[in-house]
Each structure stands twice: as structure tokens, then as C-alpha cells.
Design a protein around this ligand. Structure first.
Ligand SMILES: [Zn+2]
Length: 329
């Protein structure tokens, strides 16, 4: 499939090959950090499987009855489960919907698909209900699960899924893909390093001005913690920074602050060296217990954002800066 990102191709070919041999598992778990395109692979697979021409095409045709129903959001052989509210769990009653859904035969092809995204949002009761389905999968059932933190799923659920890990894209393929989008090779390599190897994050990091804005974060953190700048004013200053970049950078800086506080070695990142003077001053003054509390709050906000497209970035940015201010009071 030409539009699929290159680092997803190996998993995509493997899934298609399994399907052609009639060996596609009843449950597939796509796992890996954010920013590698788990959602894109799920969408491509769902579209291909529901297309009327799956047997003869390598990608969905976009025009048949199956493709049209999918595009209209009304394909009867597809059910998506997600948290009903931002930041909440996928609940047992939602998983029980699957029983009735799978009890009916497929309307068109031979497969009925359920997508659980993100599956690691299931609470324990929901996961146990899912386990019952996985233990005796109905004929024609295909469960597609995605998880950024797959270790949250019970081992019994994981072991019944065919697992694909999607966060080890080869750097040369990712850099070639970034080069096609523009930017010089050095800047792309730095963006990829800052993004922790995640291609989609690297695209954000390659935005003009973003690296400079990231370098200014420690100074603003120090001022907010000291009470000399207001959280709302700093949130406005960094309003162009994508929220997930902001929170990941704040988390990275908290990690470095704690290393500095206890005089441990810093990772030798370029950004770390440029920011080290501001960081060292802040590290000397900060209360590590409050920083740890901030880290937990920031991770909770991140979970909220990842499970809800409707959470507004500007609200989240203000929330995270107010949380940061409480480390200094
Ligand atoms: Zn089609």
C-alpha cells in the first residue's frame, strides 16, 4: 500500500501474507510508543479486509459497497470500542457488547472486526471479559487491539494475541522519509533524536522555530516556579508548540533536573548541554517530591489527551503550567 508509512510496511506485508494463507490470528495486538502510526496500520487493515476486492488487491479500492459503507461510518461488520469519556477506562459493559456483535454472522464477507483502541484503557473487569472471548473466539471474529503501554494488559490477554511491535522503525528508512518531506539531513537527524526515534514526532520537531522554543523552556520553567511569571502568560508564549511535544519536553527536563539534583550523569543530548546552566540552577532549588508529583500529573494529562481527541490543547497547556507552578510553592 503506497500511502502507508515505510516503517509500517514489514508488519503490513506480514499481516497480508497471513490473511492470504488463511492464517490471520483471531486477535492482533499492535503495540508501541505514540508517534509510529499504530492507528494508520489499523485503518489500512480494516479498510483492506472490508473491501469487496481483498482477494485480488493489495489495498482497499475505495469504491465498492464495503469501502462505501466504511467511509460512511456504517459498516455492519465493524465495531470500535474506545473510552466513552476522555481519560476514562473501557468498561466491562462495552466489552460485553462484543458478545452480541459476534453472535451474528458477518453481513457481507467472512469477517467481523472489532477494534479496541487503545486496548490498554480497559480496566481489569473489561480485560477479563475480553479474555473469555479470546479463549473461544467466534468464527470469523477479528479483534484488533492497539496499546502504547501493553504491559498494562493482563499477560493472559497478550499471550492470546498475535503481537506486532511498531516502535523500532529503521532509522535510515525514517530519515529517507523525513528527507522527502524537506529539511536538511542534519536538522532531520536532530529532530529524530529529540523525538526519541518516533517519526511522526520528528515531523513536529522539524518545524521551524520549534528547537529554539524547546531551548527556552528551562528559563520559563524557572520563572514560573519562582512566581515571577504567570502560567497563563507562559502558556501563551509556547502556544505554537504542539501539546504532546510540550509535555514530553517538560517530562524530559524533569528527568534531567532530578539527575542533576542528585549529581548523576545527564544524557549527552545536544539540548541538554545547551540548557544545562538554567537546569543546574533550578535543580539546586527544586523540591524533588514536588517534581515527582508534577510528573504524575503531567502523565495523567497525557493519558487524557491520548484517549480523547476533543481535549483542547490550549486548556491542557494552561493546566500543565499551573501544575508546574505548584512545584515552586
Ligand atoms: Zn473496495
Amino acid at each position: 500500500m503506497s500511502a502507508l508509512w515505510p516503517w509500517l510496511q514489514p508488519a503490513w506485508r506480514q499481516l497480508q501474507e497471513s490473511r492470504r494463507r488463511g492464517q490471520l490470528a483471531h486477535a492482533i495486538l499492535l503495540r508501541g510508543r505514540a508517534g509510529f502510526g499504530k492507528g494508520q496500520l489499523v485503518s489500512a487493515l480494516v479498510a483492506w479486509l472490508l473491501c469487496d476486492h481483498t482477494a485480488t488487491r493489495e489495498e482497499a479500492c475505495g469504491q465498492c459497497r464495503g469501502c462505501t459503507l466504511l467511509a460512511a461510518g456504517s459498516h455492519p461488520d465493524l465495531l470500535r470500542l474506545a473510552p466513552v469519556e476522555p481519560g476514562k477506562a473501557i468498561l466491562i459493559d462495552q466489552v460485553r457488547e462484543l458478545e452480541g456483535y459476534f453472535a451474528l454472522r458477518p453481513h457481507y464477507g467472512a469477517t467481523k472486526i472489532a477494534v479496541l483502541e487503545p486496548a490498554d484503557a480497559m480496566n481489569r473487569a473489561a480485560a477479563n471479559a475480553l479474555l473469555k472471548i479470546l479463549e473461544e473466539p467466534p468464527a470469523g471474529a477479528l479483534l484488533l487491539l492497539t496499546a502504547e503501554r501493553a504491559e498494562r494488559l493482563p499477560a493472559t490477554v497478550r499471550s492470546r494475541c498475535q503481537q506486532h511491535v511498531l516502535d523500532r522503525g529503521p532509522a535510515d528508512k525514517i530519515l529517507a522519509w523525513l528527507a522527502q518531506r524537506g529539511g536538511d539531513p542534519g536538522a532531520n537527524a536532530e529532530a529524530l533524536a529529540r523525538a526519541g526515534g518516533s517519526p511522526l514526532r520528528a515531523v513536529e520537531f522539524a518545524e521551524p522555530g520549534l528547537a529554539d522554543a524547546i531551548d527556552r523552556l528551562p528559563e520559563s520553567m524557572a520563572k514560573v516556579a519562582a512566581g515571577t511569571r504567570h502560567p497563563l502568560s507562559v502558556a501563551a508564549q509556547f502556544s505554537k508548540m504542539p501539546w504532546l511535544v510540550l509535555v514530553d519536553q517538560l517530562l524530559r527536563l524533569c528527568h534531567e533536573l532530578l539527575l542533576l539534583k542528585y549529581q548523576l550523569a545527564l544524557p549527552l543530548a545536544e539540548a541538554g548541554r545547551r540548557q544545562s546552566a538554567d537546569l543546574q540552577r533550578m535543580a539546586n532549588e527544586l523540591d524533588s517530591g514536588r517534581v515527582a508529583q508534577f510528573v504524575q500529573k503531567a502523565l495523567d494529562l497525557k493519558q487524557l489527551k491520548l484517549s480523547s481527541a476533543s481535549a483542547r490543547e490550549s486548556d491542557l497547556a494552561e493546566a500543565v503550567w499551573f501544575d508546574w507552578r505548584s512545584t515552586g510553592q
